[in-house]
Design a protein around this ligand. Structure first.
Ligand code: MLT
Length: 330
C-alpha cells in the first residue's frame, strides 16, 4: 500500500509529537516509584544527616519515598560518578557540596563534566567549617593549637573524608596558611572520622560545623574557631578565625541537589518545588538551626542559581587547588 506524501508527513509529524506527548505524560506521572538520593559519604556524617532530613520532608511533597544510598570513596567522586551515569529519569538524585561538585573537578580525572553533566535542582544552604581537636591536645586556643602542630608536625594527624572532600581541602587550606605539612588520615566520611577523634585516635579535623556541633556541645572534643567572619548563633562561644588570629581563613561548605543531564525540565521543576517546600518548613529550619546550618535564601534556591553558584565557586577555588598540585592520591 503506497502512502500519499501528505499522509506520510502527517504520520511523521504525529509520530514526532508522540514521544513528546508520552514524555509529558511520563513527567506528569512522576514520581511513580521511590527515588534514590546518592550520598557520596558514609552514613551518620553531615552529608548523610542533611540528605535524610530533606529526603524525609520532600517525600511528603512528592508522595514517594526518597531513599538514601551511601556510595562512598575517593573524596566523593565514586558516588557522584554513579549519579552522573544514572538514567536521566528523575529517580536518581545526586547529593553533594563544594568539595564533591566543585573542588574534585580540579583534582580527579573525572569521566564526566562536573559543571555540565549534572542538572542542578537547587542550593540547599550550608555551614562554616570548624577547627576541632581531640580533648587530649594541650591547646586552649587556635594559636596554641598552631604552635602544637608546628612542634609535632611529624606525628600530628588530620582526619578527612578523602582527597577533595570538604574536610580535606579545608585541612589543606589551614595547613597552607600556617606553613605545616602534617599527615591526613582518610575515612569514607567525617562521620567515622569524628568517632576516631572522640576516641583520640586522630588529632584534628576541620569539619562541617553540623557534624562537630553535637560532640562540641557534649564536651567530647575541643573547638577553636569557625571559618567565617561572624560567630555561629548555635555556638556563640566559638570565636571566628579572624578573632582567633587566622584572618581570612573563610570556608562556607554549601550543599545542593542535582540530577543527570537530560532529565526532563518538568521533573527538575517538581524536585525543586519539593526542595523549596522542605526548606520553608519550620521543623526543618529548627533542625538546621540546632546543627548550625543556614538554609539558602529563597531567591537562591532555583536550579539556575545553583548552576551560577557552582560556576563561580569553580572560578574561585580551582586556581588555588591546581596551584597546590593536589593529586587524587593525596
Ligand atoms: C561527610 O558527609 O562526611 C562530609 O561531607 C565529608 C567532607 O566533605 O568532609
Amino acid at each position: 500500500m503506497r502512502l500519499s506524501r501528505r499522509t506520510l508527513l502527517h504520520l511523521t509529524a504525529g509520530a514526532a509529537a508522540l514521544p513528546a506527548a508520552s514524555r509529558l505524560a511520563w513527567a506528569q506521572s512522576y514520581p511513580s516509584r521511590p527515588i534514590t538520593i546518592i550520598v557520596p559519604f558514609a552514613a551518620g556524617g553531615p552529608s548523610d544527616v542533611l540528605a535524610r532530613l530533606l529526603g524525609e520532608r520532600m517525600r511528603a511533597v512528592l508522595n514517594q519515598s526518597m531513599m538514601v544510598e551511601n556510595v562512598t570513596g575517593a573524596g566523593g567522586t565514586i558516588g557522584v560518578t554513579r549519579a552522573a551515569r544514572a538514567p536521566a529519569d528523575g529517580y536518581t538524585v545526586s547529593f553533594g557540596h563544594l568539595g564533591t561538585h566543585v573542588i574534585n573537578g580540579a583534582i580527579y580525572p573525572l569521566t564526566f563534566d562536573l559543571l555540565d553533566d549534572l542538572e542542578p535542582i537547587g542550593l540547599i544552604g550550608g555551614n562554616p567549617q570548624v577547627v576541632v581537636s581531640k580533648n587530649a591536645v594541650p591547646a586552649k586556643n587556635l594559636q596554641d593549637l598552631i604552635a602544637w602542630i608546628k612542634a609535632n608536625e611529624k606525628t600530628v594527624t588530620f582526619g578527612t573524608a578523602g582527597v577533595g572532600s570538604g574536610s580535606h581541602f579545608s585541612g589543606l587550606y589551614f595547613q597552607s596558611l600556617i606553613g605545616t605539612k602534617a599527615t591526613y588520615v582518610p575515612y569514607r566520611g567525617t562521620g567515622p572520622a569524628m568517632q576516631d577523634l572522640v576516641a583520640g585516635t586522630i588529632d584534628i579535623i576541620v569539619d562541617q560545623a553540623s557534624n562537630a556541633m553535637p560532640q562540641i556541645q557534649g564536651g567530647a572534643i575541643r573547638a577553636y574557631a569557625v571559618t567565617q567572619d561572624k560567630r555561629m548563633a548555635a555556638a556563640p562561644d566559638i570565636p571566628t578565625v579572624d578573632e582567633a588570629g587566622l584572618p581570612g581563613f573563610h570556608i562556607w561548605l554549601w550543599s545542593g541537589l542535582w540530577v543527570p543531564k537530560g532529565t526532563p525540565q518538568d521533573i527538575v521543576a517538581k524536585l525543586n518545588a519539593a526542595l523549596r517546600e522542605a526548606l520553608a518548613d519550620p521543623a526543618v529550619l529548627k533542625r538546621f538551626g540546632d546543627l548550625g546550618l543556614d538554609a539558602a535564601p529563597a531567591n537562591r534556591q532555583t536550579p539556575e542559581a545553583l548552576r551560577a553558584h557552582q560556576k563561580a565557586e569553580a572560578d574561585k577555588w580551582w586556581p588555588m587547588i591546581k596551584a597546590a598540585g593536589v593529586k587524587p592520591s593525596g
